[in-house]
Design a protein around this ligand. Structure first.
Ligand code: GLY
Length: 452
């Protein structure tokens, strides 16, 4: 019997657990979770709550079951950045995630400098503001103002350290005056800040699976980062996502995908090849007028991007994982289906409202839709816990409904049916993968490509 250690807390890890459950090998899952996620509790052979997913707690859990565990896989970035692979592998359990050395999301500055070396054309113009380099705050401010002059204020301001997209401020979206940029900058500084050129364009994510030597891309996925419809409001961890039936998205060209894959390969080559890279390489791109720009690199699957690819993975995911460990990853196969993922979130999420009192959530009706849609619907709880058979929402994204169909619009119908059937004081974006939103993306790319 194969045993798998799975570390996570959200809908992304439910989609990974779900992929394992479809394996003919029927592995036993040993899940280390931040809370009693109802999906994980139901599917796990052993389930442990480790509230901060700290490496020490994970190692203790792994040690207890190490004779039954063949390998481990990690969803979120924090344990990866904190060296979970390095520590768990000391027990003799191979891990699917990069070593601490290759956890690139630990520093956005490092990502920019790496891109400068291997794919400068995919880097926006940027400047790293490190307080070590300035004698005083005034000096840093002077330099910032000069840089804003040069970029005509059209910038994105990002903390060096991971902030799940939430510490990022963008011209035109989060600020409209130079004073607001400076205020945002100093809400982060003296911690290091990256101020980079704002790139106009459409975004997509490309997730690669790797054994450290071979790099295999999954189909492209669109993430909806902003809290409200029409891409208004603050950045969030992602309110939903979609993928088309093929490998590209409706606003992309095949060349975009080829260029994105080539960029991934160049970054990979610059870093390795190395067994330490085993796991996931996630690249977020902006399709701009003059080609692709990378705006983020992670060493984990995206959330909600994972939920758009894992349900349509045709291969036995246990075998894929063994191949990743043995340096044998080749092509991966995905059903030629479109997928749409929509989240329902608490009233306080994205700063929408100030209080969240009634936290009861009932998934019964949503789960019953399985009798209508079969495997074409997946309900993945996220920041939710089950106690004495009752499910309640916590503070972050609550639950994700994934629809799977031949077209994006048909998948969207299923996803919306699922999310509307979730009962609780929660809300969701209504325009995830809508025909109108996709049309806007296509038109925006046509306009930008004409400009080039
Ligand atoms: N959805 C963005 C991320 O996972 O980083």
């Amino acid at each position: 019997m194969v045993g798998v250690l799975l570390i996570g807390y959200g809908a992304r890890e439910c989609s990974i657990a779900d992929a394992f459950s479809r394996s003919p090998q029927k592995p036993d899952l040993y899940i280390a979770d931040r809370q009693k996620n109802p999906f994980n509790v139901a599917i796990a052979k052993e389930h442990a709550v480790i509230p901060n997913l700290d490496v020490g707690g994970i190692v203790e859990f792994a040690k207890k079951h190490k004779d039954q565990i063949d390998f481990g896989i990690v969803g979120p970035e924090n344990p990866i950045i904190n060296g979970v692979r390095d520590e768990v592998e000391k027990l003799g359990v191979p891990m699917i995630c990069p070593t601490r050395e290759f956890a690139l999301e630990g520093s956005k500055a490092r990502q920019r400098l790496l891109l400068e070396e291997c794919c400068p054309e995919a880097n926006p113009r940027f400047k790293i503001f490190d307080s070590k380099d300035y004698a005083s705050t005034e000096e840093a401010k002077k330099e910032l103002v000069l840089w804003l002059e040069e970029l005509d204020n059209k910038v994105a301001v990002k903390p060096d350290k991971p902030a799940l997209g939430k510490g990022v401020g963008v011209w035109g979206d989060h600020f409209n005056t130079r004073e607001q940029i400076i205020e945002h900058f100093f809400s982060i500084y003296p911690s290091p800040v990256i101020v980079e050129e704002k790139i106009d364009g459409e975004e997509f994510s490309l997730q690669f699976f790797t054994d450290g030597f071979n790099l295999v891309p999954a189909p492209a996925v669109r993430d909806y980062k902003r809290a409200f419809d029409n891409d208004a409001g603050p950045n969030t961890g992602g309110m939903g996502s979609y993928k088309d039936a093929g490998n590209i998205l409706p606003f992309m060209t095949n060349k975009d995908l080829d260029d994105a894959t080539a960029t991934g390969k160049r970054i990979f080559k610059k870093l390795g090849p190395s067994d330490g890279l085993r796991g996931i390489m996630y690249l977020a791109f902006t399709c701009a007028e003059d080609g692709l720009k990378v705006f983020e690199i992670n060493s984990r699957l995206g959330m909600p991007e994972a939920q758009c690819i894992m349900p349509v993975l045709k291969d036995d995911f246990v075998e894929v994982c063994f191949d990743m460990i043995n340096g044998n990853v080749k092509n991966m196969h995905f059903d030629k289906k479109a997928t749409v993922a929509t989240y329902k979130v608490p009233p306080t999420y994205g700063g929408k409202e100030r209080v969240f009192e009634n936290r009861a959530v009932d998934l019964t009706k949503a789960l019953e839709l399985k009798s209508k849609y079969g495997d074409d619907i997946r309900i993945y709880p996220c920041s939710m816990e089950v106690t004495n058979g009752k499910t309640r929402a916590m503070n972050s994204r609550t639950v994700c409904a994934v629809g799977i169909a031949d077209s994006i619009q048909a998948a969207r119908e299923i996803s919306l049916d699922g999310i509307n059937a979730v009962k609780g004081d929660l809300w969701n974006r209504t325009d995830i993968a809508s025909a109108g939103h996709i049309k806007k993306s296509i038109e925006n790319m046509k306009r930008l490509r004409r400009m080039c």
